[in-house]
Design a protein around this ligand. Structure first.
Ligand code: TXA
Ligand code: MG
Length: 322
């Protein structure tokens, strides 16, 4: 369905209100949405994604009033909303009663954001409820940044897919929790640490790759290709004879002879452009029957932090179930 067609939005909203699942575009990645307040519908999301019930969802809202229906906001959260919403910032705050516990995986907190894609906003408004949505991919795999990525992996399992073109940001939202004394980044993403610090002064960053205390270690391998991926410079660069290897790099590599395929994320070296291209490039490499992908590190500044986070999670080996 064409996400710019108001009839498609109306039809999708009817499906959401009746408890169905709609994949929809946001500025970050495509989401798989259900009515936040319908626990049965939300259960469908976990089934379709094969997502463990301990992994809570983000509630997508269209305005602050709706945000306040679901979460408790204080002083500093208003400055963040003012500056970054609509946009790729998810705030974790204390939850309110209308949020069923399946959405928050039993936590007393809820993750909320206003997405900056007109189709997402129109869908939420027409549905007249918050839309609980994870990324629209099987659990653990690379997130979809185009409608056809969703079609390839979830068609037949959802009740509709809205096509709003490629996602402008291409990386998931930054998740910031405001439940402790100091705001803490649980997942780097589309809003950089520098941007957050311009409003908050200082933010903590949750160290290590596991970010759900209830599920230690379980989410280490994530955003992952089926093809093993190594980050260059970690002693894994040597290519064996006959090994088919693909290279993922920010801009022009020095030499490409030893590689079967090369993906350049941004010829001008722009981290913003690289972020927007990252997941499509990983999917292309993953389809080439390579033995391995080698990713060159990108600078750890701006969106580079989130890019490196995704590459690191993709490079974790050997955790079953993901
Ligand atoms: O950009 C995005 O954030 C995309 C689009 C669709 O909005 N969504 C997305 O959702 O990436 P998902 O489910 O793939 O990742 C959401 C993550 C969960 O894995 C969970 O770790 C975290 O948000 N989360 C949700 N609720 C939380 C809570 N109450 N406390 C801590 N983390 C939470
Ligand atoms: Mg996801």
């Amino acid at each position: 369905m064409d996400a710019s067609d108001s009839k498609a939005i109306e039809e999708s909203a009817r499906i959401i209100r009746r408890g169905g699942l709609i994949a929809f575009p946001t500025e970050t990645v495509y989401g798989l949405g259900a009515d936040t307040e319908n626990p049965l519908a939300v259960a469908g999301i976990f089934e379709v994604k094969a997502r463990p019930r301990i992994d809570p969802l983000i509630v997508h809202v269209s305005d602050r009033d709706m945000a306040e229906r679901y979460g408790v906001f204080h002083g500093r959260s208003y400055s963040l909303m003012e500056k970054f919403w609509p946009g790729p910032l998810t705030l974790v705050v204390r939850k309110k009663q209308p949020v069923p516990s399946i959405v928050t995986a039993g936590l007393e907190t809820v993750a909320i954001r206003i997405p900056a894609h007109p189709a997402a906003l129109n869908l939420i408004r027409a549905s007249r409820c918050g839309i609980a949505a994870p990324s629209a991919n099987p659990f653990g795999y690379v997130s979809p940044t185009e409608a056809r990525h969703v079609v390839e992996q979830l068609s037949g399992k959802v009740h509709g897919i809205l096509d709003g073109g490629p996602c402008a940001i291409g990386l998931e939202s930054t998740i910031l929790t405001l439940t402790g004394d100091t705001p803490c980044i649980l997942r780097p993403g589309g809003i950089s640490i520098e941007e957050l610090e311009s409003v908050l002064g200082h933010v903590d960053i949750q160290s290590g790759v596991s970010r759900i205390p209830q599920a230690p270690g379980q989410l280490d391998r994530h955003y992952a290709t089926l093809t093993p991926l190594d980050i260059a410079g970690e002693g894994l660069e040597e290519i064996k004879p006959n090994e088919k290897v693909g290279l993922l790099c920010l801009n022009s590599p020095v030499s490409t002879e030893s590689f079967q395929a090369v993906e350049i994320l941004s010829s001008s070296g722009s981290l913003r452009e690289a972020a927007a291209n990252l997941f499509s490039a990983l999917r292309r490499l993953d389809r080439m029957n390579l033995d391995r992908i080698i990713a060159r590190p990108v600078p750890q500044e701006g969106l580079g932090v989130a890019i490196m986070d995704r590459l690191r999670r993709c490079s974790v080996r050997g955790i079953s179930g993901n």
